[in-house]
Design a protein. Structure first.
Length: 316
């Protein structure tokens, strides 16, 4: 039997993990191995099988038998795959944490892998700044791409792994039950609107085992859906045009950005229901305009210096 979780390093906050998993048998073993190898392991890890039928439960059960701090939580099988399912799975995982003295709670996708000091690194960032409510890192997937932080604000934290201070998580009410997605963006947006800071730290990079957003869709369709979600959470039209133009410079050239713009335009013209209230959409547009103005005011040389600093871990 594997040892129980190590005592957290001095001053690092005790944490728990929740992983929603739906038919992740191809990838979840890498995630299991990564978490078990952590220098600072969670007090508890609830892996919530959201109606899996592909052997995911059997893999998790095997590891849980040797690691009593891992618990498999089974949810009823459902036909439809949607992001509200992830939110419900996280809520089911939170219920398993009653009575555990954690200060940090993280939502981790079931197809991630990372270095042994990954969570110690993020816990250290929370220790240094009490105002941080949500932290994370960039990731790479099969495209080998990583966000260019000259264009993507570091206050966006990928939903692949979001690490919340417990007070922040409880104040925002956890993840929104949005079937259309964007629940990670809604979480960080809501946190900032309530005065918390959210930040991606570039000193570590996780590995995403599949191209994000393609669990059931081809890459172009996933970009169309991404544009639709951008509309749902209130992206400004000017910001979206700039986003689409920038994405056109990525493979597949032109089509990638065009798909994002098409999804946004389709949602706007079709009257797709917004996922966040009016005041939160206004808050998002204000943030975007401030970032766009800040980017346009920076010189090319300062942008290069900032990017080099972020890449080396000096900034962020």
């Amino acid at each position: 039997m594997t040892d129980s979780p190590q005592t957290n390093a001095p001053n690092l906050s005790p944490y728990v993990l929740i992983t929603p998993a739906r038919d992740e048998a191809r990838f979840i073993e890498s995630t299991l191995r990564s978490v078990i190898a952590q220098t600072v392991r969670p007090l508890k890890w609830a892996i919530v099988s959201d109606g899996s039928t592909d052997g995911t439960d059997e893999i998790v059960s095997r590891y849980a038998a040797e690691n009593p701090w891992i618990e498999l939580v089974r949810m009823p099988e459902r036909r439809e795959r949607h992001f509200a399912g992830k939110a419900l799975a996280v809520r089911a995982g939170v219920e398993r944490m009653l009575g555990i003295p954690y200060e940090v709670i993280a939502s981790l996708d079931a197809d991630m892998s990372f270095e042994p000091d990954y969570f110690a690194y993020l816990l250290g960032k929370l220790l240094l700044d009490p105002g941080l409510g949500v932290v994370g890192t960039p990731y790479r997937d099969d495209t080998a791409e990583i966000y260019d932080y000259r264009f993507v604000s570091p206050d966006h934290v990928s939903g692949a792994c979001q690490v919340f201070r417990r007070g922040c998580f409880e104040e925002i009410g956890g993840y929104a039950l949005s079937k259309g997605g964007a629940i990670d963006s809604i979480a960080t947006l809501t946190a900032r609107s309530k005065g918390w800071k959210t930040q991606t730290f570039t000193g570590k990079v996780a590995r995403h085992q599949r191209v994000i957003g393609t669990a059931e869709n081809d890459p172009l369709k996933s970009r169309f859906i991404l544009g639709k979600r951008d509309w749902m959470i209130g992206n400004s039209a000017l910001w979206q045009i700039c986003r689409g133009l920038y994405q056109m410079t990525k493979r597949p050239y032109v089509l990638r950005g065009a798909a994002i713009l098409a999804g946004y335009l389709w949602a706007a013209c079709s009257g797709v229901e917004r996922a966040v209230p009016r005041e939160l959409r206004a808050f998002r547009r204000k943030e975007q305009m401030e970032r766009l103005w800040h980017f346009l005011r920076r010189s090319p040389s300062s942008s290069r210096r900032d990017q080099q600093a972020r890449t080396s871990g000096v900034v962020g």
